[in-house]
Ligand binder design. Sequence first.
Ligand code: MD6
Ligand code: FE
Length: 223
Amino acid sequence: MSPLHAPAARLTDLLTGLEPPPAPAALPEGMFLLRGRADPAVLAPLIETVAATAPFRFMKTKRGGQLSAAMTSCGVCGWVSDRRGYRYESIDPDTGRPWPTLPPAFRRLAAEASAEAGFPGFEPDTCLINRYAIGSGMGLHQDADERDFGQPIVSVSLGLPTAFLIGGAERRDRPGPLPLQSGDVMVFGGPARLLFHGVRPVKPGFDPLFGPFRYNLTFRRAR
Ligand code: MD6
Ligand code: FE
């Protein structure tokens, strides 16, 4: 920023000679970040239980590629992608069985976090679990496969940190990074519900609970 446009220095900064800390960028209206709201130690074994019934898998895309995060789901339906496109399915196509039920601690976390963000009464019917190895990320997308966009999405970050990319209402809107750490919870509701977003590739590291991975839980009301 040129000095001409720099904000006037504050008296305290002039006196101490210190730069003021950078102001945190405001989140878009309807998007909330609850830092450290989730307990990773409680969630880790529940993810393992879900994955014992519905193993993580790399889903195919319509165009013949494969998603870079491994995925599984729990709840009355699960999000799937294959050569036919994206949708929610009641039966896990990999096992031929229903998805495992939503653990009560998952439901409770999603309901409490959404209420804290100002969306009371959220009852998710599905949780998509993404697992990112080092170097994996997720391209800019909108979550638009659910029936009612009036329902929020609650998202929980676990394991290795990354930067969440927050875009705008149009794919071409330039996204800005939001650093996320294990235990951080985001709520997307109201005017933020259909914003484009993505995830930067995960940098090398090792998390004491989750090892060389980042996990993300997204709770939705799909039906
Ligand atoms: C992730 N999250 O954080 C991917 N979508 O790994 C999402 O794609 C997402 O965090 C909708 C709402 C919140 C999210
Ligand atoms: Fe998403």
